[in-house]
Design a protein around this ligand. Structure first.
Ligand SMILES: Nc1ncnc2c1ncn2[C@@H]1O[C@H](COP(=O)(O)OP(=O)(O)OP(=O)(O)O)[C@@H](O)[C@H]1O
Length: 647
């Protein structure tokens, strides 16, 4: 058994120039105050000589009646006395009211737990959730009653210096990697542990994993971050949006309000005459000087405006915003390419391809034939429903797509399709005489041919025999529903043939699509949830970064090392600089994320952690809410000073 240490550990408060306005509360008589050893370790080995109150064996000091002489942690905690904490409510403007692009964005809405935390302020003695202690704690030197009159830190009873690694192992106790269970170490007495209910993670700790049905067998660590495939997809889209492959030679520096043109699609065929538009129709990515966004410019070479009214349809198309249509933004004529060109500006969908490139290229067809597997029906129905949805919106707006073709359906995401090139033929082949109903019938026919060519790759549009063979093949390889739908679309145009009827035929398949979309939505929301938490942690880290190690503030080189900021320095060590028993750095991401997340959610958290000075000569037992206040106070100080300078 370790003897009590001769050099009693002094709890040292660093120099603090900030004077508190809080009135000091009268100290209770030592015999009326709960022994810290009991509070933290469960027992006091020096009960005979210790001047503090020791509850009778078997009594839980923290659940003792309020009349019992139990010292509430509220009264002995760092925050209770002489702490110059500035509450965000009382000092400086409310963080959430600040707007702009400055550091004020760090002020995420403060999370206020709705559950048990709400009444902790009035409860007599909430339970600290610092968890297990080791046998080393049991052998620790007892605290000594404070001998001088330091106002705040003295309220913490003294404990032996606790190496950071012990804090890591025993205060924090468990990491996410290790699961939430807790196994007492052998040789530790049961009485040394909090009852199980008190050891669980607090309810305000927000780092929840994904929904169980969304991540069976997923590694816990991965649930902290966005999954690899989603991350890769987002990165490659960002790269496709902003990377400059350096192939812009020969292109004008600016076209209307667009600059930084980069050709899209296959460079070998981009200057070919478009099969759909009968003009060479290269496509470019370009950045707008107006809003800084990236757009897709389709240039139609050799266009001569013959009728001013030709552009009238563009205005109607501009109004259509639909999930399955590539949005048309504007159209203009230009000589910037040293010719007469018309440019149609569309929303840019990075990394997109077309149905033709994806499914109808010779390699894909050969592969399917070799494998004897057609395109899965689920995918065909998904395309059918999305395109039908787009057609419904277009026809309802009194327009027609007029270019429904596998080359003009963009695949912009997982099974996500959008009709591309809308409005071009309205301008190029401006013709007021043909009724729109005829074009709409043409849309339905094109739709049928598109579905047929996906299901039966030998299909040749316009050949009656090919249609019959195709339908017969669909009848064998796919469901009767699909065959009926294609048959309907390829049937003779009549007034009764409408997109509404197509939707009716698709009927229950629409529900499947809805189901799949909602499941995908759930997945994305769950991933977003983890990122929200990461965002909060990032804000907390940025705030700490503003404060920790600041060379000077208001002519005070000691600012970041004194007062509240000293607590933050120790807290930073607690988060990042823990070491294992053999002195090796503990690089435990789950510890960092958990602690920072608790801190961000900790405006009212009574959970305690122990911070130890670098020389291990002093320690502080602080609640998360105190550290939270320290950060808010110091950060507001910096922010207000920064604002005053800007004025
Ligand atoms: N709005 C857009 N956003 C992003 N990329 C696009 C967009 N529109 C087209 N693209 C890219 O440009 C490529 C070429 O598209 P385009 O419509 O010109 O196809 P195409 O096969 O050349 O058609 P066609 O010769 O029949 O006119 C597409 O594969 C796609 O990668």
């Amino acid at each position: 058994m370790a003897a009590p240490r001769a050099n009693a550990i002094q709890i040292v408060r660093p120099p603090d120039n900030v004077k508190t306005d809080l009135p000091e509360k009268p100290k209770k008589d030592a015999t009326q105050r709960l022994c810290r050893n009991v509070l933290i370790y469960g027992t006091c080995r020096f009960e005979q000589s210790c001047p503090y109150y020791h509850p009778p064996p078997g009594t839980d000091p923290l659940t003792a009646p309020s009349t019992a002489p139990v010292a509430s942690p509220t009264k002995t905690s760092l925050s209770a006395h002489a702490t110059p904490f500035a509450s965000p409510e009382t000092k400086g403007p409310s963080l959430s009211t600040i707007s702009g692009l400055g550091a004020e964005h760090l002020a995420a809405p403060v999370f206020v737990p709705k559950t048990a935390m709400s009444d902790t302020s009035s409860s007599p003695a909430p339970l600290p959730s610092t968890t297990p202690v080791s046998t080393e704690w049991a052998n620790a030197a007892p605290f000594s009653p404070p001998s001088d009159g330091m106002p705040s830190m003295q309220q913490h009873q003294q404990h032996p210096p606790l190496p950071q690694h012990q804090q890591h192992q025993h205060q924090h106790g468990i990491g996410y990697d290790e699961g939430l269970g807790f196994e007492p170490q052998s040789g530790m007495e049961g009485s040394m542990f909090m009852p199980p209910a008190q050891r669980r993670l607090p309810e305000y700790h927000m780092y929840t994993g994904p929904l169980p049905h969304l991540a069976p067998g997923r590694q816990p660590m991965h649930s902290f971050f966005i999954p690899d495939d989603t991350r890769r997809m987002i990165h490659s889209r960002q790269e496709a949006t902003f990377a400059n492959p350096g192939i812009s030679q020969g292109l004008p520096a600016e076209v209307h309000v667009y600059h930084s043109l980069v050709p899209l699609g296959n460079p070998a065929t981009m200057n070919n005459v478009s099969r759909m538009f009968h003009h060479p129709g290269p496509v470019y990515r370009a950045t707008s000087t107006v809003d800084g966004n990236v757009y897709c410019l389709r240039r139609l070479e050799g266009y001569k405006l013959s009728n001013e009214n030709a552009f009238a349809a563009v205005e109607t198309w501009r109004q259509i915003r639909h999930a399955n249509i590539v949005g048309l933004r504007e159209a203009f004529t230009t000589k910037a390419f040293n010719d007469n060109s018309m440019v149609m500006v569309y929303d840019f969908h990075p990394e997109s391809t077309t149905i033709a490139e994806e499914w109808l290229n010779p390699d894909a067809i050969a592969h399917r034939r070799q494998a004897g597997v057609p395109i899965p029906e689920r995918i065909v129905w998904s395309y059918v429903i999305q395109i039908a949805n787009a057609l419904k919106a277009v026809h309802t707006a009194g327009l027609a797509v007029r270019c429904l073709d596998a080359n003009k359906i963009l695949i912009t995401g997982k099974n996500r399709v959008r009709i591309n090139g809308v409005g071009i033929l309205d301008v190029l082949s401006f013709d007021k005489k043909t009724p729109m109903g005829l074009y709409q019938q043409e849309d339905l026919l094109n739709f049928g041919q598109l579905v047929m060519s996906l299901c039966a790759d030998f299909f040749q549009p316009g050949h009656a025999q090919s249609v019959a063979q195709g339908l017969e093949y669909i009848g064998r390889a796919y469901s009767l529903d699909l065959k009926n739908l294609v048959g309907y679309l390829l049937g003779k145009p009549t007034a009764l043939k409408t997109i509404d009827e197509v939707l009716r035929l698709a009927g229950p398949r629409i529900l499947n699509e809805l189901d799949a979309l909602q499941a995908y939505n759930d997945t994305l929301e769950s991933e977003l949830g983890a990122e929200v938490e990461n965002g909060r942690v990032a804000r907390m880290l940025i705030k700490l970064g503003f404060i920790n190690e600041r060379p000077e503030f208001e002519m005070d080189p000691q600012w970041s090392e004194s007062g509240d900021r000293y607590v933050l320095k120790l807290f930073r060590d607690y988060v990042f600089h823990q070491v294992s028993p053999d002195g090796k750095p503990v690089v435990d991401l789950s510890h960092v994320l958990t602690v920072l997340n608790k801190l961000d959610a900790g405006a009212r958290s009574r959970e305690k952690i122990m911070l130890v000075s670098r020389d291990s000569q002093s320690c502080l037992v602080v609640e998360y809410r105190d550290i939270y206040k320290c950060i808010e106070s110091a950060y507001n100080e910096l922010r207000n000073a920064g604002k005053a300078m800007r004025r």
